[in-house]
Design a protein around this ligand. Structure first.
Ligand SMILES: [Cu+2]
Length: 143
């Protein structure tokens, strides 16, 4: 009788230990995956772009893809001068290569061999931009 009780206790302890171990290791695995995802996402957020610059008749600005959104999320230009938006084709993929600024009636497309979208803002203000499907959201500030 005693032997059976002891065996029962041992079996219960064994089951609990196994359940606890698998629960713990699963938790660790998930934590590891989360860290990996976060690290990858942070690495992806580090975007290296050429310097923006202005000449007498054009304002050159660069646009890329950062962390789940366009990068930079805000582009500042002056009214009345042509804007040349240079798309980072390496990071802008799929529909994010289409760029719309609805308020300014800009419907542009970054493509291999034609990586710029040009327009001349005439009115001052802040205008939203995004892809043609309305994903990603940035602001063009015209001063
Ligand atoms: Cu899109």
């Amino acid at each position: 009788m005693n032997k059976i009780k002891i065996m029962g206790v041992v079996v219960v302890i064994g089951i609990l230990a196994f359940a606890g171990w698998s629960w713990l290791s699963q938790d660790k695995q998930q934590a590891f995956d989360r860290e990996k995802i976060l690290a990858a996402s942070n690495a992806a957020a580090v975007v290296q772009l050429p310097e923006d610059y202005d000449t007498e008749d054009v304002q050159v600005r660069h646009l890329s893809w950062g962390k789940l959104n366009y990068y930079p999320e805000m582009i500042t230009v002056k009214a009345g001068k042509k804007v040349q938006l240079v798309g980072d084709l390496e990071r802008l993929q799929g529909c994010f290569r289409s760029l719309t600024i609805p308020d300014l009636k800009v419907n542009g497309q970054f493509a291999e061999g034609k990586e710029t979208v040009e327009f001349t803002p005439t009115q001052k203000g802040t205008f939203g931009f995004g892809c043609s499907m309305g994903m990603g959201n940035g602001r063009l500030v015209v001063g």
